[in-house]
Write a protein that binds this ligand. Structure first.
Ligand SMILES: *Cc1c(COP(=O)(O)O)cnc(C)c1O
Length: 348
């Protein structure tokens, strides 16, 4: 796609928008030792009495270094959920445009479409949880602005075939959002390396899974400078609070902890996959490229309740298409997984 085609995808009102300019936008040198009387803050210092950096520059610089993407290609959100919402709000005209999702997949795409009065089209994945490229392309209309691809996919756990994704990036004339929430657990490369090749490519990542910081709410969006600048226009000025910025920076500087934990989770996932094969009422263990495993059982509601009785909570995904009688199990610590296996073996 050309940059002009991308420009035509943005909602006209967003194209024309002049964003709110905060005190910290107008005077940016807030690291300097100056007297700040411009933002109606309380002057008595407690570490948090000042507004946070609206552009999160330090954090973006660290991400830029780690991921090899420039700062102008990064937008941060209050979780990826905020990023996904900003994308819909920047590109989809309510009551007119639509998004395309590929069930079974992450539930937030649908919720965000509904909240924003944006139409939803769905093309199911194949039985192997892979993309049906022809069906997807055939269901696209002029109003289809965004295609959401989740890889590794939640709840199935597998990565989607990269040749299929590439083919969609080339043929679909809208934004292709690749949700890489689980990419750090994956054997597949991130699409980040291909950002320059596809002007319609948007990648979302998060600190909520492999980085162990679901509580601070930090989502990351990587895309072209043009797309990022339009998302920047509509984001709330101070959407990433000071504590989150500090904690995220700290975590991104301790990459050893991150690597060790990811490795441990992957080792545990293998153990769990092997142990699950010995449970008679589990008929299918779907291959996982993430930190969870989807399994098919004889009666998901019954098994779910039995596990609750044993003090273990998994996710019942039975109501999703292609996931009849499926439970989604997150990989825990060695001890938690051992308890899970013991519980699964003890229930009749
Ligand atoms: C967990 C998850 C996220 C994370 O969302 P945050 O708002 O960043 O916590 C995003 N996408 C998918 C598919 C997920 O499973």
């Amino acid at each position: 796609m050309t940059i002009n085609e991308i420009k035509n995808l943005v909602r006209p009102s967003v194209m024309a928008l002049k964003p709110y300019s905060s005190a910290r936008d107008e005077f940016k040198e807030f690291d300097k030792d100056l007297i700040f009387l411009d933002a109606n803050e309380n002057p008595f210092s407690n570490g948090l009495n000042r507004y946070p950096d609206p552009q999160q520059t330090k954090l973006k610089e660290r991400l830029s270094e780690l991921k090899g993407v420039s700062v102008s290609n990064i937008l941060l959100g209050n979780g990826s959920d905020e990023v996904l919402d900003l994308l819909i709000r920047a590109f989809c005209e309510p009551n007119q445009d639509e998004i395309l999702i590929l069930p079974p997949t992450y539930g937030m795409y649908q919720v965000l479409a509904e909240v924003n009065n944006v139409k939803l089209k769905a093309v199911n994945l194949s039985e192997e949880f892979q993309l049906r490229v022809e069906n997807i392309l055939n269901s696209v209309s002029e109003d289809t602005k965004i295609l959401f691809i989740c890889s590794p996919n939640n709840p199935s756990g597998n990565s989607l075939n990269s040749r299929d994704i590439e083919s969609l990036l080339q043929q679909f004339k809208g934004l292709v959002v690749i949700d890489e929430a689980y990419i750090d657990f994956s054997s597949q490369a991130s699409w980040l390396n291909r950002l320059q090749e596809f002007p319609n490519l948007v990648i979302t990542q998060t600190l909520s899974k492999a980085y162990g910081l679901a509580g601070i709410r930090l989502g990351i969006c990587y895309s072209s400078e043009f797309i990022i600048s339009n998302l920047n226009k509509i984001k709330p000025p101070y959407n990433i609070n000071e504590l989150t910025q500090q904690k995220a920076l700290e975590q991104l500087n301790s990459t050893e902890v991150f690597k060790t934990q990811v490795q441990q989770i992957l080792t545990e996932r293998n153990v769990l996959e092997r142990e699950l094969r010995n449970i008679a009422y589990i008929s299918e263990i779907y291959p996982s490229d993430a930190n969870f495993i989807l399994v098919k059982v004889d009666d998901a509601t019954k098994r779910y309740n039995q596990l609750i009785q044993k003090g273990i909570v998994v996710r019942n995904r039975s109501n999703q298409v292609l996931c009849e009688n499926c439970l989604r199990i997150t990989v825990g610590t060695t001890e938690e997984n051992t308890n899970l296996i013991l519980a699964l073996k003890s229930i009749k």
